[in-house]
Design a protein around this ligand. Structure first.
Ligand SMILES: Nc1ncnc2c1ncn2[C@@H]1O[C@H](COP(=O)(O)OP(=O)(O)O)[C@@H](O)[C@H]1O
Ligand SMILES: [Mg+2]
Length: 256
């Protein structure tokens, strides 16, 4: 399974990606979660420790005489995952895009290059062939399809039943279709209040709904408590819905 979770900011990408990652890990999958958003939402939603102030990826690349960034000797995408990913609950491994520093992105260019080169090499890493790779993408539609999810064979589009979210999502779906014709795009309707919401979103996007996730107080209170949804409200309707999403994705990956 090679998934990219995409959608408008605030749609619920991070909480759904994180809960899905841990659910799949609990079912015995080895899971690599990619936090591709400069705002570290996924890491928090997983209940993992906050990212280190200095990205471990800084050690993975060097700038050579050609003025370009290269992996240091002995390091490639497989090593980066092995050495520089960090642990999250349930055995999930996380690779984190470096966060903007007070001095901007300049001090972390090398680490950003390491992340970028790694995600572009993931599909060639033999030792990861059986892994679930799951990326939480930044909100903007443009970078999504082209540069930041090269590993993805399935885009999970998280949509709220609001016009803003639906229209942004429709653009994302079209960009994916243009850039990567034939790539699977599935809808997750989040913060749903019922079947009417699902019908509305499905109609506007002309895509079938893979799963609806209800609006759920547990999600908000988990966030307020600073605890992962799966730990804070394991019996909530939102968690049950994300478990059904995992069912659907597991079935889909077997069929294809
Ligand atoms: N099913 C839900 N029910 C209630 N609140 C939700 C639900 N899903 C997400 N939220 C809330 O929506 C906000 C955005 O979620 P987040 O996962 O950070 O979105 P994104 O990563 O797409 O920006 C958070 O405050 C989160 O608690
Ligand atoms: Mg997020």
């Amino acid at each position: 399974m090679r998934l990219a979770v995409v959608g408008k900011g605030g749609a619920g990408k991070s909480v759904i990606a994180a809960t899905l990652a841990r659910t799949l890990a609990r079912r015995g999958h080895r899971v690599l979660a990619l936090d591709s958003d400069p705002l570290p939402g996924l890491t928090y939603s997983l209940g993992a420790d906050p990212p280190a102030a200095e990205s471990p990826l800084l050690a993975a690349t060097e700038r050579r005489e050609d003025k370009r960034w290269h992996f240091v000797r002995g390091v490639g995408p497989a090593r980066v995952v092995q050495r520089f990913s960090t642990p999250a609950p349930d055995g999930v491994r996380v690779l984190q895009l470096p966060k903007t520093t007070r001095e901007g992105m300049a001090p972390v260019i090398g680490a950003t290059q390491a992340f970028y080169k790694t995600i572009h090499g993931l599909n060639r890493v033999v030792s990861l062939r059986e892994w679930v790779i799951l990326g939480d993408l930044p909100a903007g539609p443009r970078q999504v399809a082209f540069e930041w999810a090269p590993y993805a064979e399935h885009f999970v589009l998280v949509v709220e039943p609001t016009w803003q979210s639906m229209l942004t999502s429709r653009r994302i779906a079209r960009l994916v279709e243009e850039a990567r014709p034939g790539t699977r795009v599935s809808l997750v309707v989040n913060k749903s209040t019922g079947p009417a919401d699902e019908e509305l979103v499905s109609g506007v996007l002309s895509l079938p709904v893979l799963q609806a996730v209800p609006v759920d107080e547990g999600v908000r209170s988990a966030e307020l408590a600073g605890v992962a949804l799966l730990d804070h409200a394991p019996d909530s309707a939102a968690v049950r819905a994300i478990e059904r999403l995992a069912d659907g994705l597991e079935r889909g990956s077997v069929v294809s």
